[in-house]
Design a protein around this ligand. Structure first.
Ligand code: CAP
Ligand code: MG
Length: 403
């Protein structure tokens, strides 16, 4: 049955997916037909129960240019408000088909009706700026390091040091949950007491992002605990908790910033020929309702070049069915020597996270925080970093170690 119609023009009723496709042993057109079938209504052979009514629901390959294949799916194939089902269709079986040597889902363009069936962020980029009172510069963030092992008491002590030396936002590491050496509840109480202390001592509203990642019932309990303790933010590892859990947490309308970490993304986003682009994951994360999302650093330790990161951040801040904007987070291998060029590349709408780049400072964590702040100040004032370091000792020491 025909799943290829190169004259077809997608309508506003269609969801359009763009794929990079390399066929295996068959023509590109045949492979395109096979993925359109398998990702919509078909299977490997004709079936007696197929009817003209059902055939009309089939996906249509409407463009094949080099290895880029575009497929239009009538939105009746998808359940409104259901990310798992959409991905099970267009990002499911097709990656494993023998007809495919390589397949990467590059982009998903949702029809308005389907897109608006999702909540989007309850708390977005503009709210983050309103809550923190930081309107015209990047936010300075950090991740407590070592990534596992610190006690709640040690984190409390470090929290006061880093916040009182210029950090705006701190987070648990992606693999910290609630372990014998660091129980979630004690950690939250202790670090939030520092947030309150900074508020009373300096008038600054700083953010702590406790990682609630876990089974969905435990995540709900933890989010409620953070709310009871007056926390303003919760952190989840978007991919390891799963799309259903992310939608569930958003649906609770906790009124909190949802800090979206993307641990595990590179298992499916990194191969340029096979898997799913980070843009697709970012689209679904925004539909699901994260407030802030890790999108890469260009210059740090993780893969993700300038074009990718700029495009991701542009999407997160773009007009997307009237949904709130999402704050990009740059994290991974960053340190003070990289902050000015990061700001130059990404602008002000970004949370700049340094973990090792703070706690690795030769003079300790207070100096590490100050060096980050001084580096950002040099960028905002347009003063060359090396020159600014001449009169800022902590920055000078950081550049000496890492520049
Ligand atoms: C960074 C980090 C971040 C990853 C995230 C880590 O620590 O906390 O989770 O970099 O990467 O555990 O490595 P450092 P991405 O600052 O010490 O590198 O944002 O690309 O998902
Ligand atoms: Mg981490």
């Amino acid at each position: 049955m025909g799943y290829v119609d190169l004259k077809y023009k997608p309508t506003e009723n269609d969801m359009v997916c763009s794929f990079y496709l390399e066929p295996e042993g068959i023509s590109l057109e045949k492979a395109a037909e096979d993925i359109a079938a398998e990702s919509s209504i078909g299977t490997w052979t004709e079936v007696v129960t197929m009817s003209s009514r059902i055939k009309r629901m089939g996906a249509k390959v409407f463009s094949i240019r080099k290895n880029i294949v575009k497929v239009a799916y009538p939105q009746e194939l998808f359940e409104k408000g259901n990310i798992p089902q959409i991905l099970s269709s267009v990002a499911g079986n097709i990656f494993g088909m023998k007809a495919v040597k390589n397949l990467r889902l590059l982009d998903v363009e949702l029809p308005e009706e389907l897109a608006r069936s999702f909540k989007g962020p309850e708390v977005g980029l503009d709210d983050v700026r309103r809550i923190t009172g930081i309107h015209d510069r990047p936010l300075l963030g950090t991740i407590y390091k070592p990534k596992l092992g610190l006690s709640p008491k040690e984190m409390e002590k470090e929290a006061y040091i880093v916040y009182s030396n210029g950090i705006d936002w701190s987070k648990d590491d992606e693999n910290l949950a609630s372990m014998e050496f660091n129980k979630f509840e004690e950690r939250v109480v202790r670090v939030l007491s520092v947030v309150d202390r900074i508020k009373s001592e300096e008038g600054r509203t700083v953010i702590y992002a406790p990682n609630i990642t876990g089974p969905v019932d435990r995540m709900r309990e933890r989010a409620e605990f953070v709310k009871e303790q007056g926390g303003r933010c919760i952190m989840v590892d978007v991919l390891t908790i799963g799309w259903s859990a992310l939608q569930y947490i958003r649906k609770q309308n906790f009124g909190k910033i949802i800090h979206g970490h993307r641990a595990m993304h590179a298992a499916i986003t990194r191969n340029r020929k096979h898997g799913i682009s980070m843009l697709v994951l970012a689209k679904f994360a925004r539909l699901a309702g994260v407030s802030a999302l890790h999108t890469g650093t260009i210059f740090g330790k993780m893969e993700g070049g300038r074009d990718d990161v700029v495009a991701l951040n542009r999407f997160l801040k773009s007009d997307f069915f009237g949904m709130k904007k999402v704050m990009p987070i740059a994290s991974g291998g960053l340190h003070p020597a990289l902050i000015p060029k990061l700001v130059n590349a990404l602008g002000n709408d970004v949370i700049i996270n340094c973990g090792g780049g703070l706690w690795g400072h030769p003079q300790g964590s207070a100096a590490g925080a100050r060096a980050m702040k001084q580096s950002l100040d040099s960028a905002l004032k347009g003063i060359p970093l090396q020159k600014y370091a001449e009169s800022h000792e902590e920055l000078r020491m950081a550049l000496k170690k890492w520049a």
